[in-house]
Design a protein around this ligand. Structure first.
Ligand code: ADP
Ligand code: MG
Length: 223
């Protein structure tokens, strides 16, 4: 099991008020799965993704990622887990604007202290997997939205993460580029990448093999 969440609650403190955002989330995922978490704006999707991505901690509950108890981890341990086990894809790509596609994809490998030659080989291979071998030296402003998102996906998979996490990956794309990103996720999943995608769009969620709904901070799953 790659993910196991039991009884997860997340509250935000708003002045003197406690705002409950996630309520008793129970969710698990096996390696190799392709799951979508779908829910309307404000339902708690990003809050949940931040917890699963080890960017934030739950208020209470138990959370294991790849067998490790994250609730017991320090900030440093969490950043280590992010670097080695999780690939992130965001709605707005989060690319470095002055850097080439290749340099953007190499970035996580720099942090992981991978030697330069290996870095380059792995980044070129990742760009090839997303179909951008002919764009490696282009900067983000020389790429279309769909191409920028594919660079971001190459960056997310370059370190061979245990889990690919995507928050509204098609939210900023036209429908044709969105469809290409969905094709890519399917191919990556067929090649063994575990994918967890978060979206408000039922048509996008339908690309996953399993869909879980979040409404007002509570998960519901039809099996
Ligand atoms: P979604 O991604 O589904 O649109 P979010 O997880 O971003 O939803 O937000 C869920 C709820 O949590 C919203 O009502 C939002 O206002 C609240 N929220 C999110 N982040 C914070 C924060 N840092 N402080 C207070 N409330 C927050
Ligand atoms: Mg969100």
């Amino acid at each position: 099991m790659i993910l196991d969440l039991k009884g997860i609650y997340k509250n935000y403190q708003q002045g003197k008020m406690v705002v409950p955002v996630l309520k008793d989330i129970n969710f698990s995922m096996n390696e190799g799965e392709y799951v979508a978490i779908m829910g309307p704006s404000g339902s708690g999707k990003t809050t949940l993704m931040n917890i699963i991505g080890c960017l934030d901690k739950a208020t209470s509950g138990s959370f294991f990622l790849d067998g490790k108890d994250i609730s017991a981890c320090s900030e440093n341990e969490m950043s280590d887990i992010r670097l080695h086990k999780i690939g992130f894809v965001f709605q707005s790509f989060h690319l470095l604007p002055r850097q080439s596609a290749l340099a953007n994809v190499e970035m996580p490998l720099n942090y992981a202290r991978v030697p330069k030659k290996v870095r380059r080989e792995k980044a070129l291979k990742a760009l090839d997997r997303v179909g951008l071998s002919d764009r490696v030296n282009f900067k983000p402003n020389q790429l279309s939205g769909g191409q920028m998102q594919r660079v971001a996906i190459a960056r997310a998979i370059v370190n061979e993460p245990k889990l690919l996490l995507a928050d509204e990956p098609t939210g900023a794309l036209d429908s044709k580029s969105g469809a290409q990103v969905m094709d890519l996720f399917r191919t990556l999943n067929e090649d063994g990448v575990t994918v967890l995608m978060i979206t408000h769009d039922p048509d996008i969620a339908a690309h996953a093999k399993r869909v879980v709904t979040i409404l007002d901070g509570e998960l519901q799953e039809k099996r």
